[in-house]
Write a protein that binds this ligand. Structure first.
Ligand code: FCB
Length: 479
């Protein structure tokens, strides 16, 4: 059942709660050839005909690289007290190896200083999908060396920013990097090789573990290291044993493949069984699981919509309704016997059903699985077809209702004993939504792509009021 839109009692959060917004480098920065930056896999992919809607790319994006001061001032005006952004690896270490480029690091130093000056707490994500192209040319994530390169890059950034940034996230949604990047191919680098995708997953895990150690050696002990998982809430269509088995398989491929080694130091045995025809996992070397299973200070959860699955015949054809873009190739290696179904309920512009109970379920799951680990919702939000009214204002009541429902679900989880310390709305402003180009607007702030002017939507004002007061305003408050 959806959360009630207008609860009788006000929904109030603890005073130290972080009210943030999130972005990522390639989606907002632009300036792709400035300061010695070289192409990442997303530059290459988006400039390859047919890979993104309308051939769109991040060359200019929303020009945040040049407008960051105004963007920070805008966040401060809205009342946000936290901001999650990612570092472009190609800006800091253009070839993915060797010495750092100070001009690149200086951009992030200035951004962080600007945030701190207005009381906004920065959270840095080291990797939000934009691998330097040279590393992909050398084999990409299926290649073990990429994990070592990532640890070196983490050390560089930790040394440069560790004095002023307390919150660190190694990887954003490694599931997307591994399985959309190397299995279904709807994301960069666009490969469709199931065996490579599982290898990529292991090397992303290793990269996370090695980078966590590197950050700890490079930074003051007070800093917090986490990662952001897009852990799926997987629901079977029925309690039939075959459907339950399908749900368990997808749970292994979506969640267990990452939180198994990262949180518990082991891959699920059932994952090996599900993928035995594709890979023998012989690239998991002695000592890898210990390197991956580093103690963390927090866990980031990204949530948009649940998945509904059943058992299916192997001869299923056509694109699947799993919400991850159309491709003849599945992002679920070893799961040809699983079918994905449309989840019930209203949908956002992405076609994703709106279900805040999934967020509550996810938080409670990790509260049980990782007891004592503080949680952050590092992404949650919705795309809508927003347009300015004749008076220039942008009204997005659907987004307000989405945010209200999901924040109320977070609050309910806190009441149920979960240690959720903050929420980062995806996204601060409209931006380059990967293979969908600029078509899908996730921003709380509207961007006019002709002028790049920013206009806070009514949801931004609503969210700002929540951030300033610690209490969710009624859904109609900002209209
Ligand atoms: C997440 C990504 C983020 C954005 C949202 C809609 O999977 O981390 O960059 O694309 O989805």
């Amino acid at each position: 059942m959806p959360e009630p839109a207008t609860p009788a009692t006000p929904v109030t959060f603890p005073p130290a709660f972080l009210w943030g917004a999130a972005t990522s480098a390639y989606q907002i920065e632009g300036a792709v050839r400035e300061g010695g930056r070289t192409p990442s896999i997303w530059d290459t992919f988006s400039h390859t005909p047919g890979k993104t809607a309308g051939g769109e790319h991040g060359d200019i994006a929303v020009d945040h690289y040049h407008r960051y001061r105004d963007d920070v001032a805008m966040m401060a005006d809205l009342g946000l007290n936290a901001y999650r952004f990612s570092i472009s690896w190609s800006r800091v270490q253009p070839t993915g190896r060797g010495p750092a480029v100070q001009v690149g690091l200086d951009f992030y130093r200035r951004l962080v200083d600007e945030l701190l000056a207005v009381g906004i707490k920065p959270a840095v994500t080291l990797y939000h999908w934009d691998l330097p192209q040279e590393l992909e040319d050398a084999g990409g994530w299926p290649e073990r060396d990429t994990a070592y390169r990532f640890a070196e890059y983490a050390q560089i950034v930790g040394e440069a920013l560790g004095d002023r940034v307390e919150q660190w996230i190694t990887l954003n949604e490694p599931w997307c990097s591994a399985f959309l990047g190397y299995a279904s191919g709807v994301h960069a680098p666009g490969r469709t090789d199931p065996a490579a995708s599982l290898k990529a997953a292991h090397h992303l895990n290793l990269a996370h573990g090695l980078a966590t150690s590197a950050l700890r050696s490079a930074m003051p002990a007070r800093n917090s290291v986490a990662l952001s998982l897009n852990s799926s809430v997987v629901r079977p269509v029925s309690q039939d044993p075959a459907d339950l088995a399908a749900a368990r398989k997808i749970d292994d491929l979506a969640n267990g493949v990452f939180h198994g080694p990262i949180l518990h130091g082991a891959y699920p045995e059932s994952l090996f069984a599900a993928t035995e025809l594709i890979t023998d996992w012989s690239y998991v070397e002695d000592g890898d699981l210990r390197a991956i299973n580093q103690p963390l200070d927090a866990l980031g959860l990204n949530y948009y919509t649940p998945a509904l699955v059943s058992a299916a015949d192997n001869d299923l054809s056509g694109p699947r309704a799993d919400g991850h873009g159309a491709s003849a190739f599945s992002p679920w290696p070893g799961a040809d016997d699983v079918a994905f179904h449309q989840t019930p309920g209203e949908r956002t512009e992405m076609g994703w059903s709106i279900d805040p109970t999934g967020l509550h379920e996810l938080i409670m799951r990790y509260t049980r699985e990782a007891p004592g680990l503080p949680l952050y919702i590092t992404e949650n939000g919705a795309a809508y077809d927003d347009k300015p009214d004749p008076d220039g204002r942008v009204h997005d009541p659907e987004r307000i209702s989405y945010l209200h429902g999901h924040l109320a679900a977070v609050r309910r989880a806190v009441s149920d004993g979960a240690d959720v310390r903050g929420y980062y709305l995806w996204s601060l402003m409209d931006n380059f939504e990967w293979a969908y180009g600029y078509e899908k607007r996730f921003g709380a702030v509207y961007v006019d792509y002709a002028t790049l002017a920013r206009t806070p939507k009514s949801s931004a004002l609503w969210y700002g009021q929540a951030a300033r007061t610690g209490t969710l305003p009624p859904v109609a408050a900002a209209e």
